[in-house]
Structure formats: C-alpha cells, structure tokens
Design a protein around this ligand. Structure first.
Ligand code: ACO
Length: 378
C-alpha cells in the first residue's frame, strides 16, 4: 500500500516505537528475541528463562531463575471471584469460547495483588484461567495448579489432570518461546497504546487479548488445521485450495504483513511438530500438512504474483498444538499465554521511554451540512 498525503493504510512501514525486545527482518526471514536468534533460543530455553530475558534484559543465573520461577508459581491460583466468574460463564446457555472467557476473566486479575505484581500475576494466571474454563465447560472441577511443575508442564497438567511427558512439555515450551514476541504486531501495538495513556497493565493485556483474537491475527491456526483435515488427502489439496481462492477466501496460515519469505517461526514449529509426531503421533497428518503447504504456496504465487505469500507461524502452530493434544479452541488462548510475556515487556518499555500514542486521522467527510430538526429528517 502507498502513502497518500502521508496516510498509510494499516500504518504499513510506519515506525511507531523503538524496542530492544525483538527484531523482525521480513526480507530475509529473521527474528531476533532480545539479542538471540529465535532458532537458538526457542528450542533450548525454558519459558520462565525467556520471560526473565524479556523483562530484565539478560538470561537469568540459576539462582535468579529459581527465585523468579518460584514467584510465578506462587501466583498461579486464581482469585475466588475469577473462579466464580468462569463457573457462572460456563453455565450460561451458550457458553463463550475459551478465548472470550479468557478476555473476560483476565480483567479480574488485579484482584488480590498490588499493582507492582500485575505483570507476574498475568503471566502466572492466564494458563490457570484457560485450563479452569476448559474443565468447567466439560462439567469437571478445575485442576489446581501444581507448583512443583514448570509453567509449561503445569498448563498441560491443569488441562488433563496428568503430568505430561518431557517431549510434550518441550514441545509446548518451544511453541511459547517462539511466539513470545514479534515486533509491533497488532496486539502488541494495542497493549502499548493502552499503557501509554498511563492506564494499568491488566487493562493493556485485556486489550491485547481482544486484538489477538481476530481471525487474521491470532485466530488463524484453528481454521488452518480445519483446512488440512477437510483436505484429507494430498491429491485433494489443489482443487480444494483453488476453489477457496476462486471464491475470494484467504488461506489461513499463509501471508504476512512483514515477511516476504517463509516465516522463521514456521521452520521451528515444523521441526518441533515433526519430532513430536515421529515420537508419538500421526506422521501421516504431518506429511499431509507438508504437502498442503507446498500446494498452497504455489497456488498463492499464481493468485497474487509478486506478493510472495508464504507460510506464516499459524500453520505449524496448528499442527504442533494438535500434536500436543490441544483442541483447536485452545490454540489462540495458548498463543495469548506465550505472547503475554512479550506484551508486558513492551508495556515496561513504553512506560520507560514512550509518549502518549496519538496519531492523526485525515478527515474526508463534508463540513458544511445544515442542522435538521428531527421532524424534518427524511
Ligand atoms: N490467502 C489468499 N489471499 C491472501 C492471503 C491469503 N492467506 N494473504 C493475503 N492475500 C491477498 C489479499 O487478499 C490481498 O489481495 P488484494 O490486494 O487483491 O486485496 C493481497 O494478498 C495482500 O494482502 P493484504 O491483506 O494487503 O496483506 P496484509 O499485509 O494486510 O495481510 C495477513 C497480512 C492479514 C496476515 C494476510 O496475509 C492474511 O489474511 N492471511 C491469512 C490469515 C492468517 O494466516 N493470519 C495469521 C498471520 S500471523 C499472525 O498474526 C500471528
């Protein structure tokens, strides 16, 4: 899109913040998180290490990590009012999906903690909200958090009531680390706009959750997996995808505002999904997804020549989270669980360095209408 009189639709290319949190180079497919290439960080670090890195600027020592992880674990239990809200919401005639329930309940997370603890409470409690609501929706009692387990292991434990294998915990941890931060994406920008008004951290994160939910931002992985399931066999991929494009639909999991090559996060998540599916899963689903990806990328090249529509993070998110045993409805809430750490880091940065974010709109309406009394209006 081109600027017309300084107007850039979607703010494309506009620099609206300085950050030390992540660098995205869309031309070469590079993502650096707080100084580390994402390929090195995501598959090796624990999630707690990455949160610490983003918030304090360096990887923790063993002692600092132990203390930080312990503080987060102690904050996992939810305030009673949050549990009551989730219980009431789960019993309504048409209970909302897990992402809407997360947005509603996240707004209560200032209860029972001082404002300086909001950041830790948000990271610690988002998984508890998602898992508790998931249990309640199935008529079960929520599983209490287990402070002996890591952040990722505890989330899987609260969802199922069983301690997950090391391979599954590693798979989830790699996912959460991969999506933890990504420049000035829509939800991060929303969080920065809110905190820049000197509002509070809980409000900023609730706003960001609302932005992430949209189907062209964090809501894409569920539909991406549905698409692979509907395709069923590699031979059906081409007619199915051609039909979608011919009827004006977007292929979920493809295209990106910034990347003009394959999203580097797709590479990490594809490798992790392959490892997981090889160990205990359905390799034929993985092979099918690979073939759907190839067909989609070549059809998109025909459909929008020169636009370089490539695989984005959401395509392999879907496959990996499915491999971890998560239902599609949990994909976007799980994205929020990872990204919250990044949103909060951006809030800290915005509070430290930023000004009120207040761009301009170019008025394109008329300005000389005569007032019409209500009885005279057509
Ligand atoms: N399938 C079909 N056509 C596409 C796709 C797609 N996945 N992506 C872009 N296009 C087309 C658009 O229709 C548009 O065509 P037009 O010029 O005729 O209107 C053209 O390519 C350019 O697309 P834009 O919408 O201008 O690109 P933008 O930078 O705004 O969009 C976006 C990026 C929203 C991610 C888009 O590629 C899309 O909708 N993809 C599918 C949804 C998705 O996977 N979202 C997850 C993104 S990753 C994340 O947010 C975590």
């Amino acid at each position: 899109m081109h600027a017309v009189n300084g107007y850039k639709p979607g703010l494309e290319g506009v620099v609206a913040a300085e950050t030390t949190l992540s660098r995205v180079n869309g031309q070469i497919g590079e993502l650096v998180i707080a100084g580390y290439p994402v390929e090195a960080l995501a598959p090796q670090a624990t999630f707690e290490e990455v949160v610490y890195l983003l918030w304090y600027g360096s990887l923790p020592t063993a002692e600092a990590l132990k203390q930080f992880s312990g503080e987060l674990a102690a904050l996992r239990p939810l305030p009673q009012a949050t549990v009551d809200l989730l219980t009431a919401v789960s019993r309504t005639p048409n209970p909302p999906n897990a992402m809407d329930a997360l947005r509603m309940a996240a707004g209560t997370l200032n209860l029972g903690v001082e404002s300086q603890q909001y950041a830790q409470a948000l990271v610690a409690r988002l998984p508890t909200i998602v898992a508790a609501y998931w249990c309640l929706r199935q008529g079960k009692q929520p599983v209490a958090p287990n402070s002996e387990l890591s952040h990722a292991a505890n989330f899987l434990y609260m969802l199922t009531g069983e301690v997950a294998s090391r391979a599954r915990v590693r798979g989830l941890e790699t996912y959460l680390n991969t999506v933890v931060d990504h420049g000035l994406n829509a939800s991060t920008f929303a969080a920065r706009v809110i905190i820049a008004t000197q509002s509070d951290m809980v409000s900023a994160i609730v706003g960001a959750i609302g932005a992430l939910k949209g189907p062209i931002h964090g809501g894409a992985p569920g539909p991406a997996l549905d698409m692979v399931f509907e395709i069923e066999t590699a031979e059906r991929a081409e007619p199915y995808l051609r039909h979608k494009l011919a009827t004006g639909e977007r292929l979920m999991g493809f295209g990106h505002r910034v990347y003009r090559v394959r999203d580097p996060r797709a590479e990490i998540l594809s490798a992790e999904a392959e490892r997981l599916f090889k160990a205990d899963g359905d390799m034929s689903l993985y092979e099918l997804a690979k073939s759907v990806e190839q067909t989609a990328v070549s059809l998109l090249a025909e459909h929008k020549p020169g636009r370089n529509l490539q695989t984005n993070v959401e395509f392999y998110t879907a496959l990996l989270l499915h491999g971890l045993g998560l239902e599609t409805e949990l994909f976007t809430p799980t994205f929020a669980i990872g990204r919250t750490a990044g949103w909060i880091a951006h809030c800290f940065e915005q509070l430290k360095n930023g000004r009120l974010i207040r761009p301009k709109a170019k008025y394109i309406g008329v300005a000389d209408k005569a007032w019409e009394p209500i009885e005279a209006r057509p």
